[in-house]
Ligand binder design. Structure first.
Ligand code: AMP
Ligand code: MG
Length: 311
């Protein structure tokens, strides 16, 4: 049994693959092909690349309909569907608020009420029209902006897993920035891939252990990208209803077969928090879900299919 590991910096994070099989050169070739697809998707989806389809939409869609490729259109449709299904807490048109709170550049800070109001006025998928007939995107006003930061990595992981499967790989673990993980088949020495969810990056004790076999797990956390001001922690996931970073829940996780869905729904669950947990956890049959809220002294947790565990 051979093991091949490959890594690539993409989508502002690090993608890693571990592949097991009999033929190392073939594993490596399959892995390289999967990572090339991640690169291609970044080139299409990143709002930070002026030539990407999403950047072209952001620049032009307030003035004219912008045509996108069929896979990008399908992903936007899926994001719109997830927006509806999550009662609006998952929203790829949140970008003006993400920028307002300084998460698009180095200027992280607490904006004043007027800035938040202005950003809210152009945030939200209700400003975005997707035209099925000709695969075009149109905004209903200036200032609207799309950000696939909460779903793009999952989509890339799904595509990468699909390519590995097509190339005959039967045992692999893939992740994008450790926040979305996919277990393809099983590891050589077990029934499923064992993945840990930790409470904070530098801090075992382990929060939970999850077993993945042809399924995905995504984790969203306030600490993943955040800043402190006035004794408060402000994270990069924004509650579209409030226009503020999520502050009640600190960590969420979702397990399902599709990494695109786990990525989007873990972000949604962080926003939904304890109050909205039930609605998100019941959206798909067989969903594994965890949400952790509160602070050091007083944590509260809701979960299904994910048990707290020591490693
Ligand atoms: P994730 O790490 O998958 O939870 O995604 C977080 C990223 O998604 C943030 O850095 C923003 O770019 C974007 N984002 C923030 N809030 C939301 C939201 N409510 N819905 C969708 N995307 C969001
Ligand atoms: Mg996400």
């Amino acid at each position: 049994m051979e093991t091949v590991t490959l890594a690539r910096n993409a989508m502002a994070t690090r993608f890693e693959l571990v592949l097991h099989g009999e033929n190392a050169p073939r594993l490596r070739a399959a892995g390289e092909e999967a990572l090339a697809e991640v690169d291609r998707l970044e080139a299409r989806l990143s709002l930070y690349r002026p030539s990407s389809e999403i950047a072209r939409v952001n620049t032009n869609a307030a003035r004219q309909s912008v045509r996108v490729s069929p896979p990008v259109f399908a992903l936007l449709r899926q994001a719109q569907q997830l927006h509806r299904e999550t009662g609006g807490v998952f929203d790829i048109a949140i970008a003006p608020l993400v920028r307002c709170w300084g998460f698009m550049d180095a200027g992280r800070r607490v904006p004043d009420a007027d800035e938040i109001a202005a950003a809210r006025a152009c945030s939200g998928l209700h400003h975005v029209l997707l035209e099925e007939a000709d695969y075009t995107v149109r905004f209903d006003q200036e200032g609207v902006m799309l950000d696939l930061g909460a779903i793009g990595k999952g989509f890339a992981i799904d595509r990468a897993a699909e390519i590995l499967r097509e190339d005959g790989v039967t045992s692999a673990l893939l992740h994008g920035g450790t926040s979305t993980v996919y277990g393809l088949g099983a590891p050589p020495d077990g029934e499923a891939w064992k993945v840990a969810i930790t409470e904070a990056p530098e801090a075992p004790p382990i929060c939970a252990a999850v077993f993945l076999r042809d399924s995905a797990l995504s984790v969203s956390a306030v600490w993943a990208r955040s800043f402190a001001a006035g004794g408060k922690q402000y994270g990069h996931v924004i509650d579209p209803r409030a226009g503020h970073p999520v502050n009640k829940s600190v960590l969420s996780a979702i397990g399902l077969p599709s990494a695109t869905e786990t990525d989007a729904l873990s972000t949604a669950l962080l926003v939904a928090g304890l109050d909205g947990y039930e609605a998100i956890a019941q959206l798909r049959p067989g969903t594994r879900a965890l949400v952790l809220a509160g602070s050091e002294e007083n944590f509260r947790m809701l979960s299904q299919g994910i048990a707290l565990a020591a490693w």
